[in-house]
Design a protein around this ligand. Structure first.
Ligand code: ATP
Length: 227
């Protein structure tokens, strides 16, 4: 086994409401590797989004640690971890619909500070990523509002990758897509893991996504098991 890129050790998350305290993720242990695609599955309310938030540095565990290349992400800084190493494609995509596909990516690069890259180089990088994800050149310069759901999903993935992150998280990426479009997106994730060496972690209800993954993590009432 190669050294894990991301390691969860005894990770729990509890929420307080009034005088009640409920643990929704219980003592999760898992080591993720580069070059592999993982699916996180489980019934509604089982803790999938909670796990995603903790592993992607959007939230902190109540107990336990999340380590990126051996270093606690709390020490590294959650903002820095998210900007430089781990990006998330949210269900809502959050694309700027009045901008083109290319502009969505170059503006994200500006905001998250891909340093030392001039405007023309940023644009070139955006085109490279969109090519990699199979967005046709003529569609790359259309406003994302005019693109199909599958194309928008590809743009959101390209944007997440723009900062050369090592880990890509996606929350229910095929939920709103028809079967054929979903199959294309699944292929994109597999390619990013197997050809580009990324660690891809997908929260999903889809059997197809789970079957296409290298490993499936199952959550049931906050308990993580690996199948
Ligand atoms: N901020 C919060 N405060 C209190 N409880 C929360 C909070 N966020 C999530 N929960 C609770 O934690 C449990 C796990 O939620 P989570 O969103 O992780 O489930 P999920 O498996 O992603 O569900 P779904 O498939 O429906 O998106 C749920 O019972 C939820 O109500």
């Amino acid at each position: 086994m190669t050294a894990p890129i991301l390691q969860l050790t005894g990770v729990s998350r509890a929420y307080e409401s009034g005088n009640r305290r409920r643990t929704v993720l219980k003592n999760a242990d898992f080591a993720f590797e580069s070059g592999r695609m993982y699916a996180v599955v489980g019934p509604s309310g089982s803790g999938k989004s909670t796990l995603l938030s903790l592993a992607s540095g959007l939230d902190s565990p109540t107990t336990g640690t999340v380590r990126f290349r051996g270093r606690d992400i709390a020490e590294l800084g959650l903002g820095r971890y998210r900007n430089r190493h781990a990006a998330t494609v949210f269900q809502s995509l959050n694309l700027l619909t009045y901008m083109t596909a290319v502009q969505n990516i170059t503006s994200a690069m500006e905001i998250t500070g891909v340093r030392g890259m001039r405007g023309s180089r940023r644009k070139q990088r955006a085109v490279e990523l969109l090519d990699l994800l199979g967005v046709e050149r003529e569609d790359q310069n259309r406003r994302t509002l005019q693109l199909s759901g599958g194309q928008q999903q590809r743009v959101a993935i390209a944007r997440a990758l723009a900062c050369e992150v090592d880990i890509l998280f996606a929350d229910e990426p095929t939920g709103a897509l028809d079967h054929e479009t979903a199959a294309g997106i699944i292929e994109v994730f597999r390619k990013l893991a197997h050809d580009e060496g990324k660690c891809v972690i997908v929260v999903t209800h889809s059997r197809e996504v789970a079957e296409a993954s290298d490993q499936v993590l199952q959550l049931k009432r906050g308990k993580l098991t690996v199948t």
